[in-house]
Design a protein around this ligand. Sequence first.
Ligand code: CO
Length: 171
Amino acid sequence: MAKLKIIQEGSQSLRQKSRAVEKINKRITTLLDDMYETLKEADGVGLAAPQVGVLRRVAIIELEDGDLIEMINPEIISRENEQTEIEGCLSAPGKFAETLRPQSVKIAYLNRNGDSCEREGTELLARAFCHEIDHLDGVLCFDNALRLLTQEEVDEINREKEEKEKNADNT
Ligand code: CO
């Protein structure tokens, strides 16, 4: 496995539409392995192939419990309700977007064995599915953001949230 370089916002490869994978060969499985190593090192939630300079419809998401979702040719097949949350991107450290996303999303994709899979995600996982699939179409979370935030603003919001939770615990 090899750690790959994460391409930063401003690069043209983040703005292109990635091509579908027609055959899952060693190149694709090695890409998945390398992307996983890259994601772990960067301590992120998800990574899409164009972020490492490969314009193929491949993305991965690692959940907090260590569950790794490897998606080849992922597609959103249904969306439900809405959520507004703050998200960031490994291609733009220190920059954040408040986005409107579906609360729940169902996707279809192929796993590395070529099996057709479906998976439903809510909250963070729903956001991550949308975020990574957007990358495959050259879209970044900042493009349709309700507003953009800096690291300082996000820290402040998190502090306020913590305060509120603390007060709620005391009552
Ligand atoms: Co991203």
